[in-house]
Design a protein around this ligand. Structure first.
Ligand code: PEP
Ligand code: CO
Length: 449
């Protein structure tokens, strides 16, 4: 049976008949309907050509011929949609990809957690403070952070504001890249302006120098300028808020398929991956490549069910499993999930998210992650895949291009007592610029070895 014949009963809104977890309760149905109609009529943010090109690259990563770097904020906020933030995030991802590509000697696929990462799962639907109970904050796409009844009321208009911010972000990213921001001939863009005295600086400078030397050598031999100018950059976000995802889901007759055109590569979060749930129902009908977050409670049956439902034709590049077990649990769980997938001969891209299984709270109440645990889960993932005759094809990170103090450890040895200096995240703690570069260098070293 072909996938499209499997999909006879599927519509962008067929998820509505099922249990949809992590959705807000809108009180004004007319407003919700209007916002969805408006969104559905606006132009898409990405195209199916880009989506299919990415799927092809993800298939290469599955085969070990490329490596995926996926990173960005835990949650983007509307307020932080600024020129500086976009530039810094693009820059850190480009620099990390340079380090990875040089170390790995294979192409690196760059995917931002950006231009749409505006909705967050919450542990409770409501929050109570001083005897007052209000809906939880679910991200800027849904409601507002301040603890007032008005701010916490889910507002359908925010989906439009989110779509606009995503479009502004993507527009700027595309212009930067088209304008030569990633050009290896402009070392000022690649230089480390932040690591004056960092212990990592000299190693990175050597790396940049060696890239630049090989470019010069190649150009002198080839008598031409190497066209390293145009790079590819893709977007991803958690496909959590189904009315938003649904409204930009289009049937493209030239491909005889439905695509979610808010992003290239959406993922299903760990809390919404139930086989009989609304998210899996929505995702099974779109042609985009997709990620699924996998945590310690997953069973072999669940994993195999996800493969059968979401990728019935075993299409290469379509399905990625993003494992997030934590440094303590990875040894126990990764081998069994690899075996469960091997049992049914499924094409899956394995990605390690070393962030979400390693979250802890300090004595003074900061949510943080220890750099050593992050690196240790990553190293274990590389090794376990190798031992199991599989391979790790990518990494999923929460990071920022800014010099924040949210994760402890790293080359500068940030301590719990340093976190107050520049803790900006409203949700999960992110690697700062230097810590993110260090992770990239550790992966590059790991894989070389
Ligand atoms: C996230 O990626 O921010 C997240 C909530 O992850 P998970 O679904 O793995 O907990
Ligand atoms: Co997060």
């Amino acid at each position: 049976m072909t996938q499209s014949s499997n999909l006879n009963d599927w519509q962008p809104g067929s998820w509505q008949a099922l249990k949809a977890s992590q959705q807000p309760s809108y009180t004004n149905d007319t407003q919700l309907k209007l916002a969805i109609e408006r969104l559905s009529s606006l132009p898409p943010l990405v195209t199916s050509w880009e989506v299919e090109a990415l799927k092809e690259k993800l298939a290469q990563a599955q085969r070990g011929e490329a490596f995926l770097l996926q990173g960005g904020d835990c949650a983007e906020s509307f307020e932080e949609c600024t020129s500086d933030n976009v530039v810094q995030k693009l820059k850190i991802l480009l620099q990390m990809s340079l380090v990875l590509a040089t170390g790995l000697k294979k192409p690196v696929i760059r995917v931002g957690r950006m231009a749409g990462q505006y909705a967050k799962p919450r542990s409770a639907d409501e929050e109570t403070r001083d005897g007052i109970t209000l809906p939880s904050y679910r991200g800027d796409l849904v409601n507002r952070m301040p603890f007032t009844a008005k701010d916490r009321e889910p507002d359908p208009e925010l989906m439009l504001r989110g779509y606009e911010r995503a479009a502004l972000t993507l527009n700027f990213v595309r212009s930067l890249i088209d304008g030569g921001f990633a050009d290896l001939h402009h070392p000022e863009n690649w230089d480390l302006d932040f690591v004056g005295e960092s212990p990592m600086a000299s190693e990175y400078q050597k790396l940049v120098q060696s890239v630049s030397d090989s470019l010069e050598f190649f150009e002198s031999v080839a008598g031409d300028v190497v066209r390293a100018r145009r790079i590819e950059f893709y977007t991803s976000h958690e496909g959590l808020h189904l009315p938003y995802e649904q409204s930009q889901t289009r049937f493209l007759s030239h491909r005889d398929s439905w695509y979610n055109l808010t992003t290239h590569y959406p993922w299903i979060g760990m809390r919404t991956a139930a086989l009989d749930g609304a998210h899996v129902e929505y995702f099974r009908g779109i042609k985009n490549p997709m990620g699924i977050k996998i945590g310690v409670t997953v069973t072999a049956e669940h994993l195999q069910g996800l493969v059968k439902t979401l990728n019935p034709n075993n299409e290469p590049g379509r399905l990625s499993f993003i494992t997030r077990f934590g440094a303590q649990e990875v040894e126990k769980h990764l081998p069994r999930v690899i075996k469960a997938v091997r049992e049914i001969d499924a094409h899956v891209l394995w990605i390690c998210d070393p962030m979400h299984g390693n979250t802890e709270t300090t004595e003074s109440g900061y949510k943080t992650r220890d750099f050593d645990n992050i690196v240790s889960e990553l190293q274990a993932a590389f090794r376990i895949h190798q031992d199991e005759g599989s391979h790790l094809g990518g990494v999923h990170l929460e990071l920022t291009g800014e010099n924040v103090t949210e994760c402890i450890g790293g080359a500068r040895g940030l301590k719990a007592s340093d976190l107050a200096k520049a803790y900006k995240s409203q949700v999960d703690p992110r690697l700062n610029y230097e810590q993110a570069m260090e992770v990239a260098m550790r992966i590059a070293g790991q894989l070389k070895g």
